[in-house]
Design a protein around this ligand. Sequence first.
Ligand SMILES: NC(=O)c1ccc[n+]([C@@H]2O[C@H](COP(=O)([O-])OP(=O)(O)OC[C@H]3O[C@@H](n4cnc5c(N)ncnc54)[C@H](O)[C@@H]3O)[C@@H](O)[C@H]2O)c1
Ligand SMILES: O=P(O)(O)OC[C@H](O)CO
Length: 353
Amino acid sequence: MSASKLKVTVIGSGNWGSSIARVCAQNTIKHSDVFEQEVRMWVFEEEIDGKKLTEIINEKHENVKYLPGINLGDNVVAIPDVRESVKGANILVFVLPHQFVYKVCESLRDVIPKENCTAISLIKGLDYKNNNLLIFSEEIEKILGIHCAALSGANIASEVAEEQFGETTIACRDPKDGETFFKLFHTDYFDVNVIGDWRGLQVCGALKNIVALGAGICDGLKYGNNTKSAVIRRGLVEMRKFGKTFFGDVHTETFFESCGVADLITTCAGGRNRKVAAAFIKSGKPIEEIEKEMLNGQKLQGTTTSQEVYHFLSSRNMTQDFPLMTAIYRVMYENASPESIALDLRTHHVKVE
Ligand SMILES: NC(=O)c1ccc[n+]([C@@H]2O[C@H](COP(=O)([O-])OP(=O)(O)OC[C@H]3O[C@@H](n4cnc5c(N)ncnc54)[C@H](O)[C@@H]3O)[C@@H](O)[C@H]2O)c1
Ligand SMILES: O=P(O)(O)OC[C@H](O)CO
């Protein structure tokens, strides 16, 4: 990266996008020798009561739709044109629902400088293309021709925005980039640990969202804590098996980082996937309808990932090797009875390999 001050753009402005832009904006002020203070944030434009969301953010310093009640900092600037938002940027922070990433990246292909620019992906999901599941940071690298690290952890956005203590994990190939990202993200309430296993980190971030649907199904059925813990444990075993089977050099240690077991616990306790899946079981309405009713434009990631993983596994004749993820998919999308989750727990005994 260049010796002059680094310019940061956050690409995305949902619940987590806004919360992390706030963290970056605190750190660009704290490390003003390293970073330009202004943090640009690309906003997918929409109107709120007849007024543009970007204008509201720039006037009130608050994302009234996706992170209400939180001051983002005067140095966060909302920009509606994504190509404009990245001009001259040295650090790109990708934080979008995974279903929109590919299109946004493609639109940036010819405006990203190949030198003095690096990226980091905060996306929780896998890139589903031609019935293959790919790692987002690697796809961003391929499309844009720059390095891309990844950040993932037990990070419910509103809690980070309230500065409640939590941890996160950053994974990158280049230790120099790791030092810069540490400065951009670490605070006394947001504790960063840097590791090397970017594939393991992103597999965890994607698959924990499916397990969270399973936890929500248990809550919807009013099952007890022991049953939910069994879902979480078996989910963790399947997550590791999936990583090691399909993504090669995934380290077991990664599953003990914030991006692993801690994220699984927090998502299954307090995440949106859990909450909406529980309401789905109670109401009997399609999950997409409940998502719209409950989330005010925020997007579930577990539902899409569950479908992608199921199609990926079934085309390889491997659904029986991942019985929990398969049972969750069937409850969500094939009208299998929610209680089949409990039956599955009783009849499949999971061996930790
Ligand atoms: N919210 C959290 O607590 C949290 C925490 C950690 C990681 N994450 C991950 O961060 C990523 C982003 O999630 P989020 O919570 O910031 O978003 P969100 O679900 O709160 O909001 C959805 C966002 O998508 C945007 N959008 C809608 N249609 C679009 C389109 N066609 N193209 C591009 N953007 C569009 C909306 O403007 C909004 O900014 C996800 O992968 C999520 O799993 C979220
Ligand atoms: O609200 P969820 O279920 O999308 O989970 C949010 C975060 O990923 C928790 O770390």
